[in-house]
Design a protein around this ligand. Structure first.
Ligand code: SF4
Length: 433
């Protein structure tokens, strides 16, 4: 039986899809590249922003037509499944099964039931699936692997729906994580990416390794050459964690630290738990500790109450801190999230105008930073052939920047020194030194 998984959303979702891939292939299901060819179609969903939700419903329109014509088994998993729970069946009656993010380990049971014309829905929040991360090596190349170290979030930022769909924080036991990493390094994985909604609060209050201690232990593993983690919350970025940068040689010089807004008034309304000054202090400490660290961030514009002054403060922060990149979005109210009750006098046009301005300023900063790398040589993990040219390879620096350069295919999988000859907005061009 053939299957196709469509994934929307973040790296947590991407990894959940890898886990379902692993389980399905373990039962003899065959992955296909085209949705039409599949007997079973799984849609792994995201509801963090309105746009992702709209994309999901438009994709479901396509599937409805496909099912009517060819008969397919269709399942919905992930955050929209959890959010809509049993309404899924009302809104999308052609769906055969639906699983919340904590229940994706039941994917093969759900398909079995659907094959027998029995609908299968499971949204229980305590169905954590620690055991199925193993062997889920990043499908791209087998060199990089995601590892979920915790799930859920306790922060309740006022714009965010994650605590409602992914539940409260639960950390995996370090022993399970370390066993998994051992298995991965035995299988040739060189880079691991530790995943969680808020990895900085890993094992908070538990009698187990803290996050910095976990990093230290992984740093001792033979075979693993690079460690990254995502996502961090500024308020939980402890001095001990900052101190790991520059000390643990496998911990890459890179962090994603969402600031969301550059105004204390907006940060309070967002319930972020830190001030602009505290955020700046953390970045200053990170850069003192590790001067060449690459820092990326997230920012929301058009949040309720964001007047011109508040937006200008955000722009001042961006200009001051010079991030390597920013993922920026227009605020969209989400069901259940507290901010959806706030009156918003920022018009859509105004918010879009602010977003365009922010992105233009940030693009210039990113290009400036990437150009500053020209003429210098960096270690690159060669991940595969470049999408743009058959003669080119692609890989990433320790600072997580994409580098394309001419090279032979037998270099794939190696750590290679590459000299940067051109910096662009989204990538770097390099050559062998
Ligand atoms: S830290 Fe805030 S934005 Fe991030 S997942 Fe938790 S509630 Fe959402």
């Amino acid at each position: 039986m053939k299957y196709f998984i469509q994934t929307f959303g973040c790296q947590m979702n991407e990894h959940d899809s890898e886990k379902m891939d692993y389980l399905l292939q373990g039962q003899g299901y065959i992955p296909v590249k085209e949705v039409r060819e599949a007997d079973v179609i799984v849609v792994n969903t995201c509801c963090v922003r309105e746009k992702a939700e709209q994309k999901f419903y438009s994709f479901m329109g396509r599937l409805k037509a496909l099912k009517a014509r060819y008969g397919k088994i269709i399942g919905v998993t992930g955050c929209i499944a959890q959010l809509e729970k049993n309404n899924i069946k009302e809104r999308l009656p052609f769906v055969d099964f639906s699983l919340g993010p904590s229940n994706i380990h039941k994917i093969t049971d759900a398909i079995d039931k659907a094959l027998n014309n029995i609908d299968f829905m499971d949204f229980s929040e305590n169905g954590y699936h620690p055991g199925i991360g193993s062997h889920c090596i990043h499908k791209k190349n087998g060199l990089k692997a995601f590892i979920t170290i915790m799930k859920g979030c306790n922060n309740f930022c006022s714009y965010c729906i994650v605590p409602y769909v992914r539940g409260r924080e639960i950390s995996r036991h370090s022993k399970d994580i370390l066993n998994e990493i051992k298995m991965m390094s035995d299988n040739g994985v060189k880079e691991i990416i530790l995943l969680g909604q808020n990895v900085n609060s890993y094992n908070k209050g538990n009698n187990d390794l803290s996050f910095p201690e976990l990093l230290e232990t992984i740093n001792e593993f033979n075979g693993i050459e690079r460690i990254r983690f995502v996502t961090s919350h500024p308020k939980d970025l402890s001095p001990n964690l900052i101190e790991c940068f520059g000390r643990l040689e496998k911990l890459c010089e890179q962090i994603h630290l969402p600031f969301q807004a550059g105004s204390d008034k907006i940060l309070r309304l967002m319930n972020r738990g830190y001030t602009v000054k505290q955020y700046i202090d953390k970045i200053t400490h990170l850069r003192m500790r590790c001067s060449d660290i690459a820092i990326t961030s997230d920012c929301i514009v058009g949040f309720p109450g964001e007047d011109d002054d508040a937006f200008n403060e955000t722009m001042e922060l961006i200009t001051l801190l010079e991030f390597d990149g920013i993922f920026s979005f227009v605020y969209s109210p989400r069901k259940y999230a507290a901010a959806s009750n706030l009156p918003n006098d920022v018009t859509k046009e105004k918010a879009l105008e602010r977003l365009r301005h922010l992105q233009t300023v940030q693009k210039a900063i990113t290009i400036k930073k990437n150009r500053a790398m020209e003429g210098k040589t960096f270690q690159v993990l060669v991940e595969g052939a470049s999408k743009n040219s058959n003669e080119e390879l692609t890989g990433r620096t320790r600072t997580n920047k994409i580098v394309n350069f001419k090279g032979k295919h037998d270099m794939i999988g190696s750590m290679t020194d590459v000299k940067i000859i051109k910096g662009y907005a989204n990538s770097l061009k390099g050559e062998e030194p």
